[in-house]
Design a protein around this ligand. Structure first.
Ligand SMILES: C[S@@+](CC[C@H](N)C(=O)[O-])C[C@H]1O[C@@H](n2cnc3c(N)ncnc32)[C@H](O)[C@@H]1O
Length: 277
């Protein structure tokens, strides 16, 4: 039997820090606009299932007057993320399942759209096909799985420019989110096809330890603290390069379109897939 990820409940600890998250870790305004207009063009009063508790997706689903179902393995996330919604008052009308996506007890051939923000990479590679098969089974014929994903870098980025950039701009909500994403790209292990928060932290810590300039060494201490606050240790993502990832997607869906938000600094690595059953 394939083991589930130990980090499956990692987000529950992150819930209380959600206010410090920003694009690209959370969907941007333009990314939501792209998804919302796609839905509007295809279906009135759609049935939408959201994988996870992403407040932006719940809001956009309510804006298009959808019937909304959310499925999250963490009840804490479903509850805590409600606070970040613009349409909090609509949360009462949502159907919630506290469940693993692989075994979610929802009707087959029922949903017009399944939305998931950076969801596939939360599952070990061997389980990703089962997730796609499950999503396909709950979509109506012709329905869409819309998901933001991560294209990992073909070549490892260098750490110095990322550090230069954030030390120059200062640590703020925007810069720490972009920096963390860049560090995630650096931590990507193309052989193991995975990236961990432990490796992100280790890369920065090693850089700090090697730094000879004492002033700069001191400047890196708050950066380490912020990183570990935003991306605590103990999380793994499993990510294939684009061609391999799309090969798996195509076994279950037609790739109808791939779009990128204009207001996400890392948009080129964050494709939004519109996958049709
Ligand atoms: C959608 S993901 C990625 C974060 C994303 N950027 C967001 O906006 O939520 C995070 C959510 O998925 C949930 N989750 C992760 N793995 C899961 C699984 N196998 N089954 C159900 N929920 C899961 C977590 O509890 C968390 O609430």
């Amino acid at each position: 039997m394939i083991k589930k990820s130990k980090s499956i409940f990692w987000h529950t600890g992150v819930a209380e820090r959600w206010k410090v998250y920003d694009s690209p870790g959370r969907p941007s305004k333009d990314e939501c606009r792209l998804i919302q207009s796609f839905i509007v063009q295809h279906k009135k009063q759609p049935k939408v299932l959201i994988l996870g508790s992403t407040p932006e997706y719940r809001d956009l689903a309510h804006t298009v007057k959808a019937e909304v179902t959310c499925v999250d393995v963490g009840l804490g996330m479903l509850v805590a993320m409600t606070d970040f919604m613009k349409h909090k008052n609509k949360a009462d009308q949502e159907v919630w399942f506290r469940s693993d996506w692989l075994t979610m007890p929802v009707a087959e051939n029922y949903y017009d759209f399944v939305l998931g923000d950076l969801v596939i990479t939360n599952l070990p590679l061997q389980l990703q096909p089962a997730l796609l098969a499950k999503i396909k089974s709950i979509l109506k014929p012709g329905g869409y799985f819309i998901t933001r994903d991560w294209w990992p870098p073909m070549t490892k980025p260098a750490i110095e420019p990322m550090i230069e950039k954030i030390l120059e701009s200062g640590i703020n909500k925007k810069s720490i989110n972009v920096f963390s994403w860049e560090l995630l790209n650096l931590a990507y292990d193309s052989k193991g096809k995975s990236a961990t928060t432990d490796d992100m932290y280790r890369a920065l810590k090693m850089f700090q330890q090697k730094e000879r300039n004492q002033a700069r060494k001191r400047q890196l201490v708050p950066l380490l603290k912020h990183l570990i606050y935003v991306y605590p240790l103990g999380k793994t993502w499993w990510v294939k390069f684009r061609p391999e990832a799309e090969k798996t997607m195509k076994k279950y869906f037609k790739i109808k379109s791939i779009k990128h938000g204009r207001d996400n600094q890392c948009a080129q690595e964050c494709p939004i897939y519109f996958l049709q059953k």
